[in-house]
Design a protein around this ligand. Sequence first.
Ligand code: SF4
Length: 431
Amino acid sequence: MSAVPASGCATRPETVRTGLTVRAERGQREVFCGLTGIIWLHRKIQDAFFLVVGSRTCAHLIQSAAGVMIFAEPRFATAIIEDRDLAGLADANDELDRAVTQLLERRPDIRLLFLVGSCPSEVIKLDLARAAARLSRSFEPRVRIRHYSGSGIETTFTQGEDACLASLVPTLPEARADAAPSLLVAGVLPDIVEDQFRRLFAGLGIAPVQFLPPRRSTELPAVGPGTRVLLAQPFLPDTLRALEERGATLLPAPFPFGADGTTAWLRAAANAWHVGDGRFDAVVGPGEARARQALERHRRELAGRRVFLFPDSQLEVPLARFLSRELGMELAEVGTPYLHRRLLEAELEQLPDGTLVTEGQDVERQLERCRAARPDVVVCGLGLANPLEAEGLTTKWSIELVFTPIHGHEQAADLAELFARPLVRRLRLAV
Ligand code: SF4
């Protein structure tokens, strides 16, 4: 976990649209680092291995976040930088080459290897770009070797996914210049959700559809001027930039959380493929109706309750839109580590006027505002959850939102339940 001390100042609020301002805060932050993303990335890309080049602290973080795998061969590990490496006494590059060679000889199932940088590797200025290029000469084409940083220096935990996917983009095959338009959904989705979306796109007649990342590194999607990108996660600015440099175009849309968000997200793709209203309603309508019906029960529990979102996962703005519009919750504060205005435009449009949106963090001040607001539910990182629970507040770990399938109509009620469950539990305890 990183806590970055800084000046602790708040800047003048910036108006992002009529009725909505954003306040930037710069101070101490309480967030997990980008290594955390390895947990859901390694589950998604089934022939990839993530080798963290870091310290025992990094190894411990990954191991405890992932739990101990007893039956499966793990697909992540840490090449430990020892004290003598930090003191410059050993050639860390030689050690890294040796570790990678041993790993790839022992594990022929690995087809894609990520060297993942950390705070320690950045401190000793270990050049993982050069290491990846050097090792690629030895191991490609059997194994592709890429690198990215998961360091906790000035980053938050979902940035690891962005850095990982952005590092893959230059490797994607080139789509033919005259190729028909294709849809690329960017962002890790659980397989079950990916399959649901595939069926919906097929029903709408949208094809070809590809996903980044794919389940196997041998199925990397082709990209080119005909590629239309639909983001599944709001924290992928670098991946989007890399795709746009390859000629792809963004389909602006809200994110597929809840009934409204999912329908609007699918609609953005349908519009690009000129799908008529009748077909759209026939394909998407039943799922949307199921979602609305399933949400009704949670709306009864959550409407009028106040939620305070600390900046952590970068999902805060789309979640706030979902919680306020579809469940009737009141937003005490919506904090986000970074506000990617272009990616979140459609979401910001739908936040209630006057919502307090903060970008960045000055954790002590924010805790004071939270205590003063006495919200019914607090969404925050693990580091803040226990102290706040001890003070009598009800919390929801934001990291759970990344580990749980929450996208799409079929998961809308599960998403609502993540907020209702801790509230109901506390009410029961109170009784
Ligand atoms: S990358 Fe940095 S913040 Fe993350 S576990 Fe390693 S030392 Fe800690």
